[in-house]
Structure formats: C-alpha cells, structure tokens
Design a protein around this ligand. Structure first.
Ligand code: SAH
Length: 219
C-alpha cells in the first residue's frame, strides 16, 4: 500500500504548480491555497507519482483520468464556493476535485459510475480522513433525494446539459459542466436565475473523458 508521505520536495513542487496556475490566470486565492494544501501525489499510482505536480491529466485506472490541475482550479473558481455550500459532483474519479471542494468548505456529494473506482476511492478517502458523501451510479440523473444543491460540478464531457441537474439546482445556484463532442468541450457556467430562467457563460478549450449514462454518451 502506498505510504502517505508529504515531503519538502512535494511541498516545493506544489508551490511551483500554484505559481504556474496563477500565471495561467487562476486568481481565486482560496482555490490556490486549497491546491497548495492538498497533496495531489496521494491520488496517484506509485509508478506515476513523480508526475503529480505537472499541470496535466493522468490515468487513474479503468480508462479514467485525474483532471489537469488548471481545469480543477478553473472549475472550482467558477463555482464561487462559500463555506457551507452543498455541492454535487458528477464523476468522483480519484476524489481529488471533491477533496479540493471539501477544503474550500463545501459539503460534498459525489457520484461515480465505475464500481471499481468508486470502491477504490471510497476506501482511499476514508484512509485520508476526508469526509464526503460518496455514491455509486449514473450521475446524469443527479441525486434527487438530497436536492436542491447550491452548486453542481460535472467532471466528464457531456453532449448536452442534463435537465435533471438544472432542476436539482437551487435558485441562485451555479452549475459548471463541460459540453461538446467526445474530444473537445467548452466549459459552461449556468446560473439559475429563477425556476424557469437560466443565464449561460462559455469558455472554450477543454478535454474531458466522456460523461456516460442516461443523459450522457452511449458506450
Ligand atoms: N473529478 C475527478 C475526474 C475524474 S474523470 C477527479 O478529480 O479525479 C471523470 C469521471 O467521471 C470518471 O471517473 C468516470 O467514470 C465518471 N463518469 C462518467 N460518466 C459518469 C456518470 N454518468 N455518472 C457518474 N460518473 C461518471
């Protein structure tokens, strides 16, 4: 089992990564501080650990990836998390993005579609002592039993915005979701203005693994 050790070398690399993200335009100090605090290398397979502080996505098994730090920072920043926010994440994966949201003070509900990853990440986060509400299943239907959410984040590329997610967002809430084809997506930020009205902002240039399931891509 991987030893959870955070050395000065790791801390130094993390600081350099934060400086790089700042240069690339991430401005939210609380987001940068969370990235500076959380050892990303804990979320990596032993063989890839030396790459943990590169600003790149990496494999986490089952054909899935841990998102690029810039993308994690960008999505976290768009969510405008305030402590106490109830946040739903679709695509737990390694648990890194969910842990960043937790460090920002959110109460995180996260759902993962791949059973093996779900089992692995549940055990791992328990070991880390990070308390999140983790669920196994198709997140494109949201998790209606705990709705409404202050914020919703999707960390896989969607063909369209799943309607259940907009429904489960409280009025005033924010949904951040990459939408596009299977290879490239635009980051879409949706703000729910009223029960019937939303506003939309889009940022080009992202690449996620596909969101599968009922309102996602078919295998
Ligand atoms: N947030 C993750 C990124 C993981 S990659 C991290 O920080 O590591 C995207 C994840 O979304 C994959 O683990 C994939 O299995 C999952 N996924 C894809 N479709 C899904 C769906 N319909 N519901 C829940 N998870 C889904």
């Amino acid at each position: 089992m991987l030893k959870l050790e955070d050395t000065y070398l790791h801390k130094g690399k993390r600081k350099a990564l934060v400086a790089e993200l700042r240069k690339k335009g991430i401005q939210n100090e609380r987001v940068l501080e969370a990235i500076n605090t959380l050892p990303r290398h804990f979320f990596f397979d032993t063989a890839l650990i030396s790459h943990a502080y590169e600003d790149k996505a990496f494999p986490i098994g089952e054909g899935q990836t841990i998102s690029q730090p810039y993308t994690v920072a960008f999505q976290s920043q768009l969510l405008e998390i305030v402590p106490g926010d109830k946040v739903l994440e679709i695509g737990t994966g390694s648990g890194y993005q969910a842990s960043i949201l937790h460090l920002l003070g959110a109460d995180v509900y996260s759902i993962e579609y791949q059973k093996k990853l779900f089992d692995h990440t549940t055990r791992f986060l328990q070991r880390l002592g990070i308390q999140l509400h983790l669920f196994y299943g198709d997140g494109t239907s949201g998790i209606p039993s705990f709705a409404p959410y202050d914020k919703i984040i999707v960390t896989a590329g969607a063909p369209v915005v799943p309607e259940p997610l907009v429904q489960q967002l409280r009025v005033g809430g924010i949904l951040v979701i990459p939408v596009g084809d299977r290879k490239r997506q635009a980051m879409v930020k949706i703000t729910k203005k009223s029960v019937k009205e939303i506003s939309k902002e889009e940022f080009e240039g992202f690449a996620f693994v596909p969101l599968l399931g009922k309102e996602g891509w078919k295998l």
